[in-house]
Design a protein around this ligand. Structure first.
Ligand SMILES: NC(=O)c1ccc[n+]([C@@H]2O[C@H](COP(=O)([O-])OP(=O)(O)OC[C@H]3O[C@@H](n4cnc5c(N)ncnc54)[C@H](O)[C@@H]3O)[C@@H](O)[C@H]2O)c1
Length: 465
C-alpha cells in the first residue's frame, strides 16, 4: 500500500492537496521552484492563503517536507501529483510550458529510479496533452517505457478557491484518466483511503478525462449564463421575477437549483478561460462548438450591458459605491471580476467610484489603480454614495438596512444584482431600489398586449372560418 506521495507545485491547489494527504496519514514531499514556498512549508506554514491550510500544515508538520529537488521527491515517493500552472496562451489554449519543464525534471529522476513510479497530472490541460505532449517527455528523459516502467494518469480536481481542502477531501466523484489499469487502480486505491466521503471514481482514457474536466466547468458556466439570460428576460417581462422562475426550474431533478441564480456573470481564474479553451480544441478537431463560444460571449457582455444601463441613471461626478470587488464572496481574487469591470467602466464614464470588499480591497486597488478609491468599511462607502451597486452576494451586505443607505443626498440609487435586500429596501423613502432580474410592472405591458391581442384575434378569425 502506497504511503509516500510527492506533490510537484505547491501553489493554491498543490499545497492544499499536500496538506490534505498528510492530514489523512500519508508521508508527503512537496516540490516547488519557489524558495519561499519551500521555506514556508518546512517551517510549518502555508505558502499561500487558503482556508484551513495554515492549521493543517502546522498540525501535520512531521509528515510534510518540501524541497526544490524533483529527484529527491521522485526517488523518495511512489506516486507524484503534478500541479503546476497551465496559463491560457494567445490561442485560447492552455500552455504546457510549466508542465513540460516539470515532466522533464521528473523524467530525469525516473532514469535514476529502480522500480515503478506513478505520475499523475492534476493541472488542467486540454484533450490529447497528457499522451501526446507530456508522456513522450517522460520516456525521452528517463529512457524508460510508459506502462512497463512507470504509470501516467490525468486526474484533475473539482475544487473552488476558498474551500479547496474541503472540496478535495469530499468530491462528488474522483476523475481518473489512465494509461492502463495498473496506474489507474493504484490511484483509485489511494483516493479511496484519502477521501472522506466514499465518493465513486470514474476511470477512463486520458483523453476522456481531459475532456470531462473541461466539460464540467463549461457546463456549469452554461447553466449560470442561462440563468443570467432569464434574469434579463424577467427584467423586461411585466411581473417577471427571475428567482421565482429559477427556484421552480431547480425543483426539476433534471435541472437542479445549483448555479442557477440570475445575476452578474461568472469570473475568476478558471471559469472564463475554459469555454475559450473548449472552443479552441473543438475547432482544432473540426467541430464548431458554438455553445461554448456563445456562453463566453454572453458572459463577457453582461457587465458591458450593465454599464450601459447604469450610465443614464448616474450623473457625471456622482459617487458610485461598489460593494463586493472580488469575483465571488470570501475571496481575495479579483481576476475577471465583473464588479471590477463595472467599477472601471463607470470611472472612465466620469463617476467617482469608491469600493469595499471584506478581503479583496488591496487586489482591487492594484488592478484599478487611480480609478477607484477602496475604503475600509461599508459605512464609509455608503456615507458618500449617490448610487450603490451590490455586486457580490457577500453575507456582510445582507445585514444592511434602509437606514444604512440614507445619507445627505436627496435620493440614493441602489442596484442589487443578487436581490439580497429586496425585502428591506423596496419602496423605502429616499431610496430608489433596483432589483436586477425583477420586471417593472409597466414596461412592456403595452407590447405584450399588442403582441397577443393581435394573435388572439387572428386565431379567433381563423377558427371562425
Ligand atoms: N486554483 C484552482 O482553483 C484550480 C482549480 C482546478 C484546477 N486548477 C489547476 O491546477 C493547476 C495549478 O493551479 P494553482 O491555482 O495551484 O496554481 P498556482 O500558480 O497557485 O501554483 C502553481 C505552483 O507551481 C509551482 N511551479 C511551477 N513550475 C514548477 C515546477 N516545474 N516544479 C515545481 N513547481 C513548479 C509554482 O511556483 C507555484 O507555486 C492549474 O493547471 C490550474 O488550472 C486550479
Amino acid at each position: 500500500m502506497i504511503q509516500k506521495v510527492s506533490v510537484i507545485g505547491l501553489g493554491k491547489l498543490g499545497a492544499s492537496m499536500a496538506a490534505a494527504f498528510a492530514h489523512r496519514g500519508l508521508e508527503v514531499i512537496g516540490v516547488d521552484v519557489n524558495e519561499r514556498s519551500i521555506e514556508a512549508i518546512n517551517a510549518g506554514h502555508a505558502p499561500v492563503q487558503e482556508t484551513n491550510l495554515e492549521e493543517m500544515i502546522s498540525a501535520n508538520r512531521e509528515r510534510i517536507r518540501a524541497t526544490a529537488s524533483h529527484e529527491d521527491a521522485i526517488l523518495n515517493s511512489d506516486i507524484s501529483f503534478v500541479i503546476v500552472p497551465t496559463p491560457s496562451d494567445e490561442r485560447g489554449s492552455f500552455s504546457l510550458q510549466y508542465a513540460s519543464w516539470a515532466f522533464k525534471e521528473i523524467g530525469k529522476a525516473l532514469a535514476k529510479k529502480n522500480g515503478y513510479h506513478n505520475v499523475v497530472l492534476t493541472s488542467t490541460v486540454l484533450p490529447g496533452s497528457t499522451r501526446q505532449a507530456l508522456l513522450p517527455i517522460l520516456e525521452k528523459e528517463s529512457g524508460k517505457k510508459a506502462g512497463r516502467d512507470f504509470g501516467i494518469c490525468y486526474s484533475p480536481e473539482f475544487i473552488a478557491l476558498g474551500s479547496i481542502i474541503r472540496d478535495f477531501l469530499n468530491p462528488d466523484f474522483t476523475l481518473i484518466g489512465e494509461l492502463d489499469d495498473k496506474c489507474g487502480a493504484q490511484l483509485e486505491e489511494i483516493y479511496a483511503r484519502v477521501m472522506e466521503n466514499n465518493s465513486p471514481s470514474a476511470r477512463m482514457s486520458l483523453e476522456n478525462a481531459e475532456l470531462t474536466k473541461i466539460s464540467v466547468n463549461t457546463f456549469v458556466t452554461t447553466k449560470i449564463t442561462f440563468a443570467n439570460m432569464l434574469a434579463e428576460i424577467c427584467e423586461k417581462l411585466p411581473n417577471g421575477n427571475v428567482d421565482v422562475v429559477t427556484n421552480a426550474l431547480g425543483m426539476d431533478t433534471r435541472i437542479g437549483r445549483k448555479y442557477l441564480t440570475g445575476a452578474l456573470g461568472y469570473g475568476g481564474p478558471c471559469f472564463p478561460r475554459d469555454n475559450v479553451a473548449l472552443t479552441f480544441v473543438a475547432k482544432e478537431l473540426g467541430v464548431d462548438a458554438k455553445l461554448a463560444e456563445t456562453t463566453d460571449t454572453m458572459n463577457r457582455a453582461v457587465a458591458t450591458k450593465v454599464v450601459e444601463r447604469l450610465r443614464p441613471m448616474i450623473r457625471e461626478n456622482a459617487t458610485v459605491a461598489v460593494l463586493g470587488l472580488a469575483y465571488k464572496p470570501f475571496s481575495h481574487v479579483t481576476e475577471e471580476s465583473q464588479a471590477l469591470y463595472i467599477a472601471g467602466a463607470l470611472s472612465k464614464a466620469g463617476a467617482r467610484v469608491v469600493g469595499f470588499d471584506p478581503l479583496a480591497g488591496e487586489m482591487a486597488l492594484n488592478e484599478l489603480h487611480g480609478q477607484i478609491v477602496v475604503l475600509d468599511s461599508i459605512e464609509k462607502c455608503l456615507q458618500q454614495a449617490d448610487a450603490v451597486l451590490i455586486a457580490t452576494p457577500d453575507p456582510a451586505f445582507k445585514d444592511l438596512t434602509a437606514e444604512d443607505f440614507r445619507n445627505d443626498h436627496a435620493e440614493v440609487l441602489v442596484v442589487d444584482f443578487w436581490r439580497l435586500l429586496k425585502d428591506k429596501l423596496t419602496n423605502q423613502p429616499n431610496i430608489k431600489y433596483v432589483a436586477f432580474g425583477y420586471g417593472d410592472n409597466q414596461a412592456n405591458t403595452k407590447r405584450l398586449k399588442e403582441l397577443w391581442s393581435g394573435t388572439a384575434k387572428e386565431t379567433f378569425q381563423t377558427s371562425g372560418k
